[in-house]
Design a binder for this molecule. Structure first.
Ligand SMILES: [Zn+2]
Length: 1009
């Protein structure tokens, strides 16, 4: 056996141990899941010891895990296994496995860089308001007033019982020689898979009760700590006897990030029908699941910490910072190669046309390099065949003259279709692999997986569909750049609540040395920088200001080391040696007060965006399914008359017409039944009052894919036992980066409104840094899918084309905890933004709503400056005239009445204009005497507009003013609109909004008034 293979073998042999360690990591803070933990911190006077929770376990912790010690006695175990639960957060690094858990825990919580409890008491929440917050500052739940299941009566008892069973099963699996990873996979998924009970329980409560760190759930922190612990132990297992257990493994341990990428875009671009793309996606999803199983369970070397539609990132053992006994670069590369081979084998099972990618980052103590890694992976994946990759084909060309290259994959030859008669039908036939992909999705649907896969069921009464693409620009959050705008505490508040600084670490208050807080309350930022600067001459670990600012300061002995630890989590971290004292002081002051992009939080940014789209999808389902005619969401099962039986192909679709509406069915010949399922929008053929009986005995002409027409005589029609109801939506893609979904075009307006409302509520505090970008492709049902996808991609590119914009503050009013900002946008028009500036308990929110201002001067106590010079200002402090940087939310759309329309440059508008457009339409509906009058008025206004523009479309001199006064006259004469309504419409006409409102509602949606 070569060295590479033996490393995989070593990992597999240690699978029970590695998964046991991961479980220890999940559970090490279980005590925090008790409501008493929250009450104790909420100041209700209870005494609760979160580290004693294991006393309620029966059989006890030690007994349940003893097998693991016997399993791998070569590792350094602590004297008592309880030390995992009691020493994980101690300052002193343990010389055994506990030290590795300490390392993972510290990394996950960022505690080494944390603030002393003594000077941050004022950040505590109390029992009346114990909130779990989103990572973007939106209050999610008041945990003690409105407790989740975990914190309600019996929640704790249930949890402890479940933990008991988890350990029981773990012991059982660990104690029997078991080579099958499947049992382990099931054990793990049940606890922490997408719907795992432990994940769900820990997600519902906080790991930290102080604001603003109440944004990290117990799950985020436990899971990331467990992932890091597991990888660190895997490193020890791989290195064996030369592994360094001593010398501060808590501080020295580092990790790598293993990234597995797969170029999904390639398959999207080649899909001929939507089924090709969704089918390929299903295979890619299964492949990713296989990869996860390989890394997380089979080899048990790490755990997933990021994923999107094209890549998975896992924790991986690293080399120690001091380079002593740990997994060195050479061995890590060997291991990567053998993992890559295993991943390739997995990909070959799915007969993919492109190779996967397997990369390893350098060793690091931060998650920030992970994002750079992801970016590089994405670049490589943009070239589908980025390395040689063999495509196996079992279709031996026995009739070469009759075979064609498959229109989807464009690499394999298709099989000779039985019934296709025309040359076109032969050419459009797929190869066996692509056919299997299309079919795989059909099989899944038939077995009851999801709503619908049929675009004919999504199409609205006008036979139209909308592809909605919604996106966040999440990278600057994952990379830490926008996290610079968030404060862990305000300097002014810290000064205010700590007028006296003392040696809080000494037990007896009388023996503590103390001084007045030297910061100037009027100019806190400048004075903190100045103060730090004066102290850089020598390192005084007793310094009261620094010791009170930063928990770890007392434990260090020189500036260079301290600086490295405090500033190290930045991707662009400057070297201490390359800076002067002013720059050093700036960096330190920034890092002391900012929110950290800790792994737990970075993981949460990703999950919050994903959760947003998941919840929105549920809203879309409801919106799309709401229709006065229940046939909109119903299917029928049709039993054919056996007397006139025809040759139908199993699982083929047939289309015809019934009652003036399109009528599509799927034939099923498998198992006992020979029947048809309807797969179209039945509301177009059946009135709401009609029953299925009406179809009985009827005859319908149907045409198959092969072009042949047959007659179906319906013996009976009834509700199918399964698949009887659906919501007319198809999710094409759901990832934190992009959400693409098909909805009926006539339901797209409320879908967009729901998305905007949800974004405004949940991202209000970061509206300028977490833009929502919406693209709408409206199309006829039969439009080629490739054209639709290409149009969507063009819109997405157009939405991102303009970068950051500068907007100017016109007015700021703060009333009842809400600040209203009137802003002049880049296009010269104004927009009002509302944002909450208080926490739910009434305190000011000094953590989230900070704008990047043009101003270089610090003017208010809450102002702060990034070391690169950017000044941030609290949004409630903004003054008229202030210019602020805004990542603008935008919307654009295209109606593919012809497929060539996808090449046109789309008009990108500010997102708020969508609401303006809707208001404008409402105004027209309320005021126009008739649709005919409206249409004729509008065509005249449009006609006049052309006269005032030159051939290139630019306004002639004074043209716009002339045209607008004409528009005013026409609206007033023809539609009899007066006063404020008239002025609003003329203004909308000038902004292009009136034209948009008419196009959207009359042309796209074919609405009446
Ligand atoms: Zn193919």
């Amino acid at each position: 056996m070569n060295h590479q293979a033996s490393m995989l073998e070593t990992l597999r042999q240690h699978r029970p141990l590695l998964l046991a360690c991961e479980a220890i990591g999940w559970l090490h803070m279980t005590g925090k899941a008790h409501p008493e933990f929250l009450r104790m911190h909420g100041g209700v006077g209870t005494r609760y010891e979160p580290k004693d929770w294991h006393k309620e376990l029966k059989p006890e912790w030690e007994t349940q895990l003893r097998w693991a010690v016997e399993f791998s006695s070569a590792l350094k175990w602590p004297n008592s296994l309880l030390e995992f639960l009691t020493k994980f957060d101690e300052g002193k690094s343990e010389d055994n496995l506990v030290g590795l858990l300490q390392a993972g825990h510290a990394m996950a919580s960022g505690i080494e860089k944390n603030i002393p409890r003594a000077t941050s008491k004022y950040l505590q929440q109390d029992a009346t308001h114990m909130w779990l917050s989103s990572p973007f500052g939106h209050p999610v739940r008041n945990l003690l007033i409105d407790p989740p299941r975990l914190l309600a009566t019996h929640g704790w008892k249930e949890l402890i019982e479940q933990v008991g069973r988890l350990l029981e099963k773990l012991k059982e699996l660990g104690s029997i020689p078991c080579t099958d990873a499947e049992h382990w996979w099931r054990w793990r998924e049940e606890a922490i898979g997408a719907n795992g009970w432990l994940r769900q329980a820990f997600l519902s409560t906080v790991a930290e009760t102080r604001v603003p760190n109440n944004d990290v759930t117990l799950w985020d922190q436990s899971y990331v700590a467990a992932a890091l612990f597991k990888s660190a132990v895997a490193g020890a297992v791989l290195v064996g006897s030369s592994f360094e257990w001593r010398n501060k493994s808590k501080q020295q341990t580092r990790w790598r990030v293993l990234t597995i990428g797969f170029g999904a875009r390639h398959y999207e671009a080649r899909a001929v029908k939507i089924g090709d793309w969704v089918g390929a996606q299903r295979d890619i999803e299964s492949f990713f699941k296989g990869v996860r199983r390989l890394i997380e369970v089979d080899l048990a070397i790490g755990s997933l910490v990021y994923r999107d539609d094209e890549m998975l990132a896992f924790t991986f053992p690293g080399q120690r910072e001091d380079n002593q006994g740990s997994l060195d670069d050479n061995a890590a590369e060997q291991l990567r190669k053998s993992i890559s081979e295993q991943v390739d084998q997995l990909a070959q099972k799915f007969e993919f046309e492109t190779p996967p990618l397997c990369r390893l980052s350098p060793s690091t103590r931060s998650f920030v390099p992970m994002i750079q890694e992801l970016r590089q992976v994405r670049d490589v994946l943009a070239i589908p065949t980025h390395r040689s990759w063999e495509i196996e084909s079992d279709d031996q060309p026995n009739h070469p003259e009759a075979r064609h290259v498959c229109p989807v994959c464009q690499v394999r030859l298709n099989k000779l279709p039985r019934s296709a008669q025309t040359d076109n039908a032969r050419k459009s036939y797929l190869c066996s692999v692509c056919r299997k992909r299309r079919r795989g999705r059909l099989d899944a649907w038939l077995s009851g997986d999801g709503d619908t896969i049929w675009i004919s069921e999504v199409a609205d009464k006008n036979d139209r569909v909308a592809l909605l693409s919604l996106r966040f620009d999440i990278d600057p959050w994952l990379e830490g750049q926008h996290v610079d705008s968030l404060r862990a505490r305000s300097i002014a508040d810290w000064r205010r609540f700590n007028p006296v600084l003392e040696e809080y670490w000494k037990r007896a208050p009388t023996q503590r040395r103390c001084i007045d807080n030297p910061l100037d309350p009027e100019r806190p930022f400048v004075s903190v920088v100045d103060c730090v600067k004066t102290k850089l001459a020598s390192y005084d670990s007793e310094d009261l200001v620094l010791a009170n600012l930063q928990e770890g300061y007392r434990r260090e002995s020189d500036w260079e080391t301290f600086f490295r630890k405090i500033v190290e989590d930045r991707a662009d971290a400057p070297q201490f040696a390359n800076l002067d004292d002013t720059e050093r002081a700036n960096w330190l002051a920034h890092q002391f007060f900012r929110k950290l992009p800790s792994p737990g939080r970075v993981y949460r940014f990703w999950r919050a965006s994903e959760g947003f789209f998941d919840e929105l999808f549920e809203q879309f389902r409801e919106i799309a399914a709401s229709h006065p005619n229940p046939w909109r969401r119903r299917r029928l099962r049709l039993i054919p008359d056996t007397q006139t039986a025809q040759e139908w192909e199993d699982r083929e679709t047939y289309a015809g017409r019934w009652n003036e509406g399109p009528f599509e069915v799927l034939y099923r010949a498998d198992h006992d039944h020979n029947d048809f399922l309807t797969i179209g929008n039945l509301a177009r053929c059946l009135p709401a009052t009609e029953t299925a009986m009406v179809l009985q005995g009827q005859e319908v002409e149907l045409k198959g894919d092969d072009g042949q027409v047959k007659k179906l005589k319906i013996q009976s029609a009834r509700e199918p036992e399964r698949l009887g109801v659906y919501a007319p939506v198809i999710a094409l893609e759901r990832s934190p980066r992009r959400f693409r979904v098909l909805v009926p075009l006539d339901r797209v307006t409320p879908c967009i409104e729901a998305a905007i409302a949800k974004w405004r509520e949940e991202f209000a505090r970061v509206w300028d840094r977490m833009p929502l970008r919406i693209g709408v492709v409206a199309f006829q049902r039969l439009t080629p899918f490739q054209a639709v996808i290409e149009a969507a991609r063009n819109l997405e590119d157009a939405l991102d084309r303009d970068g950051c914009e500068t907007w100017r503050v016109l007015e700021r009013r703060t009333r009842e905890e809400v600040t209203a900002l009137s802003l002049e946008r880049k296009d010269g028009r104004s927009e009002t933004v509302l944002l909450p500036v208080s926490l739910p308990d009434g305190r000011q929110d000094v953590f989230y709503p900070y704008a990047r201002v043009e101003d270089r001067a610090l003017r208010f106590p809450r102002d702060f400056r990034h070391p690169n010079g950017q000044v941030y200002r609290h949004m409630a402090d903004l003054r008229p005239g202030d210019g602020i940087k805004v990542e603008a939310s935008r919307i654009t759309g295209v109606f593919l009445d012809t497929t060539s329309r996808r090449f046109e440059v789309p008009v990108v508008r500010p997102l708020a204009d969508f609401e303006h457009m809707r208001d404008t339409w409402d105004l027209l509906v309320r005021n126009s005497p008739s649709l005919t009058a409206l249409r004729s008025a509008w065509s005249e206004i449009e006609e006049r507009e052309r006269n005032w523009r030159d051939i290139k479309g630019a306004w002639l001199a004074r043209g716009k003013d002339e045209w607008l006064s004409l528009a005013r006259a026409i609206l007033s004469d023809r539609l009899q609109i007066r006063g404020a309504a008239l002025e609003a419409l003329v203004d909308a006409a000038g902004a292009g909004i009136l034209a948009w409102a008419l196009e959207w509602h009359l042309t796209w949606l074919k609405e009446g008034i």
